[in-house]
Design a protein around this ligand. Sequence first.
Ligand SMILES: Cc1ncc(COP(=O)(O)O)c(C=O)c1O
Length: 390
Amino acid sequence: MKRVYMDANATTPLLPEVMEAMRPYWMERFGNASSVHQDGQLAHAAVDHARATMAEFFNCHDAEVVYNSGGTEGDNTAIFGLLNPGDHFITTSIEHSAILEAAKRMASHGVETTFVAPQPSGLIDPADILRAVRPETRLISVMLANNETGVVQPVEAIGKIAAETGIFFHIDAVQGAGKVKFDVRRFGCHLLSISAHKMHGPKGIGAMFVRSGTPLESLLVGGSHERRRRAGTENVPGIVGLAKAAELAMHSLEDGTIGRLARLRDRLEAGVLQIPGTGVNGAWDGDKPVPRVANTSDIWFDNLEGEALVIALDLKGVAVSGGSACHSGATEPSHVLMAMGVDKTRARASLRFSLLKTATEADVDYVLQVVPEAVEHLRAISPVASGTAG
Ligand SMILES: Cc1ncc(COP(=O)(O)O)c(C=O)c1O
């Protein structure tokens, strides 16, 4: 059976070029980048070369790039590494759990957090961030693109607020990487986190931009790796793969790939919206389209259970994800959609389609063939549709 993977915001496969770039660093170039001998120096040179690529990707200096294990570590580091008892922290209620759970933990360390809610469009209003500022606010953290809706936040405006009020600013840019052109100077951030596996790189490796002079305490201590900002032997194959993925992502942003992806996503969305009782979460702000990353569409389907549709589509060879998360065995509607004011039933009946950058017209054709049939079938048998659900 044909399989179409439309869950790129969960993870992506390596591109062949990434695999090829990494290959020698598992075996013949296995050295420890801290060793003085030639084997070590080969690894060291690869890490340095990758750092120059990452600096270009972020638009920063090489010395402002810190490798780590991915998005969760970057998000945690920003929070645990900057905040002290008595500080106030501002973030949003639509962040990834790597931010939300870290903020929760800081509550027991004397750090109070304000969670700014989005507009119904999914956009954060910078004026709401400004209103939340207090004399003791030390850090603002706002995501670049939301993992569920794909909505791109006005980070530049928030960066200006941070600059004017003298507050540190972190951006969780995990879902923006490879989809939005980065420029940390224009964004006005002190810290920015990314993860390779969301942009066709390997899992378990990521990087942070740390603006020079930012007093960020490292999460891990030990050796003097990464200028003492992140201890631990460098994951050389991972770092090489991350940089190759970043290099390819920079090309994709210039060569029309991302524009093509947006057109594919728009065709998919228009096709699915032909089904009665459907709509997009986070697409419109009144009559203005909301900025979204090119690959994401979060669609609600009235009169069915989202999880049932995820399973039905999987059985037909289509991988997507639902707008619910499983917590202690119960499915809870997405905190992102709830924060946007979407009602519980609709949030539970929402699906995220997120396209790989290698997605094809044939993939979209197949999904447009399978989704209407699956929806029709589920609605015919659904207790939600027949009104017998509790
Ligand atoms: C917005 C966002 N932040 C952080 C993360 C965590 O990244 P990682 O999987 O690299 O730990 C994710 C992953 O889903 C994400 O979507």
